[in-house]
Design a protein around this ligand. Structure first.
Ligand code: SF4
Length: 359
């Protein structure tokens, strides 16, 4: 059932930003909300409803579950069914379709799949179940990767040898470059910049790619859009950190150091975007014992998606979820065909939950 969008409170500091957005009289502009959380918040707050005709919001690829390719799910299913490994994962990944099975359907064939709330929970599960081989499905961007590394620290410290990671961690900079031209302005996810810092966005600006970093409250989101529209009218590339209370130029050196200790850049495949050189993270050689790919010699997986699914185009901002023929018919959150309908941050799920709003 569709959820009603909340009405933005007009009686506070957001009023000026909303008024600026409503009175925008510049050229047509496409703003890509890179982050899936922003997609959902934009719907929930009803922001699309206050945009002038010439302003279009496009959903981007910033949902970790959505961009995780099907061969990763196939590998997890293979580990569970062929190697009798216990898979620990965040809940969203359980229903993402692989080539044949999701982890949910693999459960019916005997797969052991435990939903956890953090990588540390997964590591603790491994400690408490020494008779099981436990693999955590490590997906996510700059924001969540350090917590997987914290779990590795715990495993090292407590000598937990039955724990490893199946990694599909990704970083945003190369994806931003690949998405150049998909939108006129990126709405950068504040939590990513809080870790990674602003240097990449500043560099992209020098290459002509405009963007504004924003937080997640209604005031922060509408303020960022108002700033973006006002700067766009000036006709020059811009970068604005509209989330300075959290995002510093240098990001979080401690989180960056933790990631750098265990992981190194690699080429990786994004669902829908294909392989993006240097946009993935894998375990360093010295931590190979924590790397499920090496530990279990995982073979190459099929990695097939449904021919009906347009997640790839949705993730690149090339089409809207409602343009997919099976949106809301064959594909619903209860019976998803693609990852974008499963995840709590997926664009198709957002459009579905909020009634297939077209703008
Ligand atoms: S509606 Fe379903 S099948 Fe269509 S693009 Fe979205 S997730 Fe894929």
């Amino acid at each position: 059932m569709s959820k009603p969008a909340e009405r933005i409170n007009m009686g506070d500091a957001k009023k000026q930003a909303i008024s600026m957005i409503r009175s925008y009289d510049g050229p047509p502009v496409r703003i890509m909300e890179v982050c899936g959380t922003h997609t959902h918040e934009l719907f929930r707050l009803g922001v699309r409803g206050i945009l002038p005709e010439q302003v279009t919001l496009i959903s981007g690829p910033g949902c970790p579950v959505c961009v995780t390719p099907p061969d990763f799910i196939d590998a997890a299913v293979w580990l569970a069914l062929e190697k009798q490994v216990t898979i620990t994962t965040f809940g969203d990944l359980v229903r993402v379709p692989g080539s044949r099975d999701s982890l949910a359907s693999a459960r019916g064939k005997g797969a052991k799949v435990e939903v956890v709330y953090s990588p540390q929970d997964a590591c603790t599960y491994a400690k408490e179940h020494p008779e099981e081989d436990v693999v955590f499905l490590s997906v996510g961007f700059e924001t969540t990767t350090p917590s997987s590394c914290l779990a590795l620290e715990q495993a090292e410290r407590e000598k937990i040898s039955n724990f490893s990671l199946l990694t599909a961690n990704k970083t945003m900079p190369e994806a931003y470059k690949m998405l150049q031209g998909s939108a006129d302005i990126f709405l950068y996810p504040g939590h990513v910049n809080a870790i990674a810092g602003n240097a990449v966005c500043q560099q992209l600006c020098r290459q002509g790619i405009s963007g504004v970093v924003t937080g997640f409250t209604a005031a922060e989101i509408v303020t960022a859009i108002a700033i973006a529209l006002s700067k766009f009218k000036e006709g020059k590339p811009f970068f604005v950190n509209a989330y300075p209370r959290v995002v510093k130029d240098e990001g979080s050196p401690a989180a960056q150091a933790l990631t750098d200790k265990y992981l190194e850049p690699c080429d990786t495949i994004w669902r829908g975007l294909g392989e993006i050189p240097g946009s993935g993270l894998r375990l360093k050689e010295e931590y190979a014992s924590f790397d499920a790919y090496r530990r279990y010699a995982i073979p190459k997986m099929e990695g097939k998606t449904s021919p009906l699914c347009r997640c790839g185009e949705v993730l690149q901002g090339k089409c809207r979820p409602v343009d997919c023929k099976v949106f809301g018919k064959g594909c619903t959150p209860e019976h998803p065909i693609g990852a974008c309908m499963v995840s709590g941050e997926g664009a198709c799920s957002a459009y579905y939950q909020y009634g297939g709003v077209i703008k």
